[in-house]
Every structure is written in structure tokens, then in C-alpha cells.
Design a protein around this ligand. Structure first.
Ligand SMILES: NC(=O)C1=CN([C@@H]2O[C@H](COP(=O)(O)OP(=O)(O)OC[C@H]3O[C@@H](n4cnc5c(N)ncnc54)[C@H](O)[C@@H]3O)[C@@H](O)[C@H]2O)C=CC1
Ligand SMILES: O=C(O)[C@@H]1CCC=N1
Length: 279
């Protein structure tokens, strides 16, 4: 299968790295283009051996699957640059946060099969948490194909398209929340006298172990948390501080805000297109 990436940023790289690492496609089958940063393309070529192209027609020609991997704000220009070279036989896979498959179809101004996805950067090591949804013209077999691609680089579940906003707020942005926690725990460990290397090792292994416990035991997070928390002990004191600082509510608002932002980004582009159509 030949895959073209329009956009060569962190998400494109994470997917490319994952696909190659898992042997889903050969480096010769991947073509990458971006807006103008030739140095970035060269670095992807050096690192992964993929084909890089500035010419947009050449980039999409012959691809079975075209990944849209530019920022949502660049979707209009990015699609404009390739739309006259894309054919109905090619399957479009969007990773753009917030942008609906209808808007993508409108931007191409032709009846294309579009699958919308929300992976995360852990795709780079085969551990993405991805959800996908199909646009009105995509088929069940398109969905199955894209699910098999993303399943090769982590978990991939199928959702209704509207749920992708919440997915973005939870697992698309999610790695950043966990890194935020890691940063905070490392900083706190230093303040308590541990040295940087020890703090980093202990924090990352603690996150890794806890994630495995969540997946490999049949226990809920709450049960696992209680098992760590001895009455009158250290964890109880620590958790009581998190409760005092309303960390749980902070997460509720964090995910709500990110979900709302996904909807807004979709609406901003849809509104722009409506304005252009009415002028
Ligand atoms: N970074 C993340 O963790 C995740 C990002 N996403 C989505 O992935 C998409 C890309 O995000 P990042 O990789 O983080 O962005 P990025 O800023 O790292 O990369 C964007 C890429 O798009 C290219 N680009 C911009 N305008 C273009 C145009 N007109 N034609 C061709 N290429 C163009 C840029 O040159 C750059 O290579 C976004 O839509 C984002 O919503 C989805 C899930 C997770
Ligand atoms: O922050 C963003 O908008 C993108 C979407 C999910 C992760 N990064």
C-alpha cells in the first residue's frame, strides 16, 4: 500500500515511525510533503528513508491512502494545493483535530471517501490510542482498512464522528497531560532532594507500571488507587493535598476545555467556508 502524507510535523512523523517500525509498509511506499520546510523533509528522509517531495502532484500520485496531517488552520490551503490531483480511487485519512469529514469533502469539491481519525503521538512506538469515524461516502471496508493501519501502531476503536471531539480532549491531547504530570512529579522529587536522573527514572517507571496495572489487572483505577492508600499513611496525605487543590475537577475542566476547543476549531473553518461561499 502506498501512503502519502500532506504535512510533515510531529503527528505525521509519529505515524510514519510506527508504520515502519511495525513493518506495515516499506519506506519506499511512503511519500511526504509539507508547506515549505525543506530541511524538515530532509530530516525525515535521513531518519526514515521515506520519499520526500515538494511537488504536490507527484506527492499524491499513485498513493492509495492520503493522510492529511497539517494543522486544522492550514487545511484549506493544504487541500487546495492537492485537490486537482486527487482521484476518487484514493482514500483520504484526516488526523486534523475538529474538522468534520463533510468540511473535508467540501474542500476537495469532489465526492471522496474520507475517514477521520484522532491518534496520538505514542503512535511513534506503536502505542497510540486512536479512534476513527467514517465520512458519508467512505465504506465499511475503508473503515476496516484504516482500523488495521492504526491497529498496527496501537489501539484503534471506531466511534461516531461527533465523539471525536471528546476523543481529542481525552486521548489526542492526553499524552501532554501525562507529560505535564511527569514534569510536575520530577520537579517535586528534586525539591525533596532526589537527583534529576533518579527522579526521571522513578517517575517514568511509576507511570509505566501504573498504566500496565490499569490494562493488565481487571481492577478499576479507583480500586488500584485504594490499594496504594494505607489508612493514615503517606499516600492518604498526598491524595488529600490533591483533593484540597481540586485536581480531579481540574481534569474535568481540562478535558471539557480541550473537547470544546476541538468543536470550535471545526466550527471556525466551517464558518470561514460559509462566508467564502456567500461572497
Ligand atoms: N501533535 C499531536 O499530538 C496530534 C496532532 N493531531 C493533528 O495532526 C495535525 C498535525 O499536527 P502536528 O503534527 O502536531 O503539527 P505540526 O505543526 O508539527 O506539523 C504540521 C505540518 O503541516 C505542514 N503544512 C502546513 N501547511 C501546509 C500546506 N498548505 N500543505 C502541506 N503541508 C502543510 C507543515 O509544513 C508541517 O509539516 C493537526 O491537524 C493536529 O490536529 C492529531 C492528534 C495528535
Ligand atoms: O493540540 C492539538 O490541537 C492537537 C490535537 C490533539 C493533540 N494535539
Amino acid at each position: 500500500m502506498k501512503i502519502a502524507f500532506i504535512g510533515a510535523g510531529s503527528m505525521a512523523e509519529a505515524i510514519i515511525a510506527g508504520l515502519l517500525k511495525q513493518g506495515i509498509c516499506a519506506k519506499e511506499d511512503i511519500t511526504v510533503t509539507n508547506k515549505q520546510d525543506q530541511q524538515r523533509l530532509e530530516s525525515l528522509k535521513d531518519k526514515y528513508g521515506v520519499t520526500i517531495m515538494e511537488n504536490k502532484e507527484a506527492a499524491v500520485k499513485g498513493a492509495n491512502v492520503i493522510f492529511l496531517a497539517m494543522k486544522p488552520k492550514d487545511a484549506k490551503d493544504g487541500i487546495q494545493a492537492i485537490k486537482s490531483y486527487v482521484t476518487k480511487e484514493q482514500l483520504i485519512v484526516s488526523v486534523l483535530a475538529g474538522i468534520s469529514t463533510d468540511v473535508i469533502q467540501d474542500l476537495f469539491e469532489q465526492e471522496l471517501r474520507v475517514i477521520r481519525s484522532m491518534p496520538n503521538t505514542s503512535a511513534a512506538i506503536g502505542l497510540s490510542a486512536t479512534a476513527i469515524a467514517k465520512g458519508s461516502l467512505a465504506t465499511e471496508s475503508d473503515l476496516t482498512l484504516v482500523q488495521s493501519l492504526f491497529s498496527a501502531i496501537g489501539l484503534c476503536t471506531i466511534v461516531e464522528e461527533d465523539q471525536l471531539h471528546a476523543v481529542t480532549g481525552v486521548s489526542g491531547s492526553g499524552p501532554a497531560y501525562i507529560y505535564y504530570i511527569a514534569e510536575a512529579m520530577e520537579k517535586a522529587a528534586l525539591a525533596q532532594g532526589l537527583d534529576t536522573e533518579v527522579a526521571k527514572k522513578l517517575v517514568s517507571q511509576t507511570l509505566l507500571g501504573a498504566a500496565h496495572m490499569l490494562q493488565e489487572t481487571d481492577k478499576d483505577a479507583e480500586v488500584l488507587r485504594r490499594e496504594v492508600t494505607s489508612p493514615g499513611g503517606t499516600t492518604q496525605r498526598g491524595i488529600s493535598v490533591l483533593d484540597d487543590w481540586k485536581v480531579s475537577e481540574a481534569f474535568e475542566n481540562c478535558i471539557k476545555g480541550a473537547t470544546e476547543r476541538s468543536r470550535e476549531m471545526g466550527e471556525e473553518l466551517a464558518e470561514k467556508l460559509r462566508e467564502m461561499a456567500s461572497n
